[in-house]
Design a protein around this ligand. Sequence first.
Ligand code: KG4
Ligand code: ZN
Length: 340
Amino acid sequence: MKDIYILGIETSCDETSASIVKNGREVLSNIISSQIDLHKEYGGVVPEIASRKHVELIIPVINEAIKSSGIKKEMISAVGVTFGPGLIGALLVGLSAAKAMSYALNVPLVGVHHIEGHIAANFIEHKSLEPPFISLVVSGGHSHIIECTDYGEFKIHGRTRDDAVGEAYDKIARTLGLGYPGGPVIDKIAKEGSAVIQFPRVHFENLDFSFSGLKTAVINYVHNEKMRGNELNITDVCASFQSAAVDILVENTIKAAKLTGLGKIVLAGGVASNSCLRARMNEEASKEGMEVYIPSPILCTDNGAMVASAAYFAYIKGRKSKLNLNAMANVSLEEIAKHA
Ligand code: KG4
Ligand code: ZN
């Protein structure tokens, strides 16, 4: 069979990324230009700054992705691009570049849902992984429990009713003066502490999450301790928060796997890099005889390769987008084909 090379483009938030992936699972290049340093001083992503930086970087990043892949651009079979959800101005930059490439190379455009991309990172990391499986997608913008029934086909079983878990990490880190992004630093500090402070674990009748109450409880605890003049044990605060967050993520994911009878659990998104989440998920799943799949940290973060992989599986199933595809700040994962 002829090899299929996909150019994948991702600009939904603060990473400008492009990649060439062969046959959906083999990464030939994955160029990620992170804007983290630019947004750090504001304690979070500033949408307008992100859009402008994407404009500056998108062409050099795409050129570098093609050059370092070792293929000629004429060998590209299709261009995959994140069209939503995300920051609208940021999405538009990647989407416009993708349309231009698709038009110039005379190859199809494939619109990819950002969460679909995160999940596809696992097809790159785990060469024989196939649907169906249960996926926990956790990032700065999402906390979802998703059943992947087939490539590009999804059913949502649970989602956050307020903050995403990564958002809670970032806001707590800001309160503690730990900088942005908060996840990696809290993950590191928590290793030195003990989960001795009881923070709330919110349960619903279904598999939804809530992290806003947990975030507020941690922030209130920090302020109260300061007001009482007590020395704050930051390592214990981080360990206790992380333990509460991970408990509920693991518990609901295992419940979803049992409910659907699926023995494969797939983690995805920036927070899937978290060492405690990885360890606890592996531990609890193995008690149930379930398998856990996790991408390496570079594929957990936003990147073009995950988009190229998702686009490949969509492309071989015949999903193609029109050149008038629009960027969407919010778009349903269960109805990608309708929008893309
Ligand atoms: O997937 P991603 O790169 O971008 C979004 O789509 O949001 O995820 C970024 C999020 C940030 O909230 C960051 O703090 C979090 O992932 N994160 C982590 C870790 N590494 C990144 N959270 C917990 N532990 C980590 N090790
Ligand atoms: Zn993401």
